[in-house]
Design a protein around this ligand. Sequence first.
Ligand code: 0RA
Length: 655
Amino acid sequence: MPGSSNGALDSANNAENSASAEYSAKDIQVLEGLEAVRKRPGMYIGDQSARGLHHLVYEVVDNSIDESLAGFADRIDVTIHPDGSVSVLDNGRGIPTEYHEGTGKPAAEVVMTVLHAGGKFAKGAYQVSGGLHGVGVSVVNALSSWLELNIHRDGGLYTQRYERGIPVTELTRTGDSSSHGTYVRFMADSEIFSTLEYSADTLKGRLRELAFLNPGITITFDDRRPDSEGNTPQTKSYCYEGGLRSFVEYLNRGKEPAFKPPVCIQGGKDGTTVEVAIQYNDTYIERIFAFANLINTVEGGTHVSGFRTALTRAINDESRRAKLLKEKDVNFTGDDLKEGLTAIISVKLLEPQFEGQTKTKLGNGDVKGIVDSAVYEGLKIAFEEQPEILKPIVDKALRARQAREAARKARDLVRRGSAMNRLDLPGKLADCSNRDPSVSELYIVEGDSAGGSAKQGRDRSFQAILPLRGKILNVEKARLDKILSNDVIRTIVQALGCGIGDDFDSSRLRYHKIFLMADADVDGAHIRTLLLTLFYRYMPQIIEEGHLFVAQPPLYRVQEGKKNHYCYSDKELKETTSGTESKNLHVQRYKGLGEMNPDQLWDTTMDPENRIVLKVRVEDAVLADELFGILMGDAVEPRREFIETHAREVRNLDI
Ligand code: 0RA
């Protein structure tokens, strides 16, 4: 066999022979395992779109992170190669190469081919891999057209190659090595994934997040794919000695902090560790990003509840002690303390239970109390040591409480309007006749003329139209009371029927599909962004539950005799028009929705059989927050940077 120069492999080879009866049965198991993954990739990595594709990278990186959590690695290098493959290199112990009893194969081959095998080798105490989709690197292997493994360990370099999860070479010692670590390079399988195009921004976002959550570790990202101009973008390196403190400072950059530096708390009990960083800023938005074993728990859970309880109690207790709250004042509620709060919660525990629709809600009951006492104690100490930070928090909370009173009044107006009584629905809403939310659709349409076409073109049995006219307030820069005094927003909230902010109740939502329909120009994009901001900041459940869509009207109509062909991009137009010799081609460019007649709008954009829609999803909470902050916030410089970086990606800029 190759690699027989290695003593360990030789002796293990004998072990393999003695267990050869078992060997073939195990072999079949491996093949069945790989086949199961390739048959139902979604069960293992979520889906087969870009999201699943990025999960492959996270899965490999998570294994390296585990090695770092166990104290053996402090460097991870992620590279996208020009051929579209991705490699992850770490300086950990290297996957064991010794023969594994029971299978008679090198442990590394078992880790790469047997589902869930990684964990069985009991690596670090806290495992990231095995978390969310956490299925082990064998799943990445199964879903890759090829994968190359290099292991530096015990003075040697060991190499093995796989194709679609099946070893095509044996693990072979190909040289000496004085280093230690693991290098995995894989090419995602085009038979499995609908796209093989990685988003550098998405990967960078998660890698940066991991660097914040693991202070001291250096994670680099090198995108070697040439861009359209033939340039290769630069390498990024993330290392934050400050950990969560740096994370909060990063999130609050460009905003005015109420105190500096962020309050940082560490604690824990019974094998559960708790880390928290907190800082208030001058915005009206609360941002709590919570992680359990480095997984972003977007649905919250027991760690977040424990945090909220402790924050409220500590601030009330300490403000009374400091006489910032008087006898007659009522205690702050949790809601009073939300405005401008930025916090990161990171817990690590031995057996995390993930619940909820997307398995991103931490369920372990005991974590609530552990986080509660750690945060309460930590805040008490912080307020004692730096008494000056309490006053700005209290002042902010008092103002927030007043504003909430005003908002409640404004909201009562809205709520009365959206009550069961259909007569109170906004006058501009052309409602559908169906009353069953699960089949009802609402089109929020920019402009009256497009609204008119949509009203005529729709199927009124299940499609409702809400034309919008007037300016939508930028909710990124206003408080709820002001937001609710904006006519356009009030109309939307009334039509949806489910309330807004703390008052939101998705069981009252009147339509389970909501489409944003705006022109494909700059103004349309602006309106769409304002609407998305409204939903993201004040009704995020609508996005989480998958109710929000962006309609995709075509940009061109190509008429050939009596036949109409609609094109949704310039590329498609080119393909359509170049493929035909006909001289009787007539190309119409739609400048706006208003130019489409009702039939055309129905055919292309509203007919469930034909329409193309984009479902709005939040892939990465931190990135989404950042993007909305950049696009809609106060600071000009980050927005300019963003536009300069991404201007080339914009296809239909029409000013
Ligand atoms: C199993 C056992 C050990 C380490 C690993 C797997 C391991 C896996 C990966 C994947 C990427 N990088 C990795 N680094 C390590 C423990 C090894 C020992 O006990 O020496």
